[in-house]
Each structure stands twice: as structure tokens, then as C-alpha cells.
Design a protein around this ligand. Sequence first.
Ligand code: T46
Length: 133
Amino acid sequence: MQIVKYQFQQHGDERGQLVALEEFIDIPFEIKRVYYMYDTGLGVTRGYHAHKSLEQILICIHGSCKILLDNGTEKKKVFLEKPYEGLYVPNNMWREMYDFSEDAVLMCLASEVYNEDDYIRDYDEFLTFVNKK
Ligand code: T46
């Protein structure tokens, strides 16, 4: 399984850094939704699902966290800590987010609007779904 991490261009000067993200240029899909999570207490884990069609880019814009990606055959762990790095999470990929630092802000750029029907929240169902493909 290949992990795709984007390194975004930083526009830095003596005032600090700025990262700009445009769909189809920096992000490989049309951005239909942006959401972010914060105040994730110590020991909290999130995710535990896959998406049938949603693609996302995860950016830890403050603090750090870890992401486990699982395609049903292979698992990989990714550490996110740089606000200019984006982890691409394709569809049909189980994800778990954990080890959030107290100050973590995890921002997600999504290719689709929110749709609960796109979620697979049961791991055995996920394995059946990906093995059928
Ligand atoms: C994902 C990972 C990385 C909404 O109302 N709209 C939204 O766009 C989202 C994402 C969530 N919600 C509601 C649904 C739940 O009542 O917010 C609540 C928390 O959502 P969830 O438990 O799905 O959050 P996570 O952190 O487990 O997963 C989220 C995304 O849902 C998911 O697509 O890939 O972050």
C-alpha cells in the first residue's frame, strides 16, 4: 500500500507562513466540504470506518496525531504534525485517528458533502466490501 503525503507550498516571509490550497491544483479533487476536529482529549480515538466513494486530504494544521490506514490487506501508520503536509485518504480505506496531542487540530478536505450512506462502520462489512472488488 502506497501512502500519499502531499507537501504543500509554503509562502513564508518575516510575517510567518501561509499555505493556500486550490482544488485540482494542490488537491486532486473538487473540495465540496471542509471540517475539522479539536479538543480531542488524551487517549481519544476516532474514525473506525471506511468510505465507499469519499476521497479526503487530512491536514494536522496544529499539534499532531496519528492515522492508521487499512485497505483490508495491509495496514500503515502515519504521523501528521506539519501544517503543510496533507495525507491523501482514498475511498475503500479503513481509517483510525489516535494519539492526538492536546493542541491538535485535524482538518479534512472532502470530495463529497456529508452522506452517512457512504460510511462503512463495521469492520467485517468493510472486509467483505473490499474483497468483492
Ligand atoms: C473521516 C474522518 C477522518 C456531520 O454532521 N457532518 C460532517 O461533515 C462530519 C464529518 C460529521 N458530522 C457529524 C456526524 C457525527 O454526529 O459529526 C459527528 C462526528 O462524526 P464522526 O463520528 O463520523 O467523526 P470521526 O472523527 O469519527 O470521522 C470523521 C469523518 O466523519 C470521516 O468521514 O474520514 O473524520
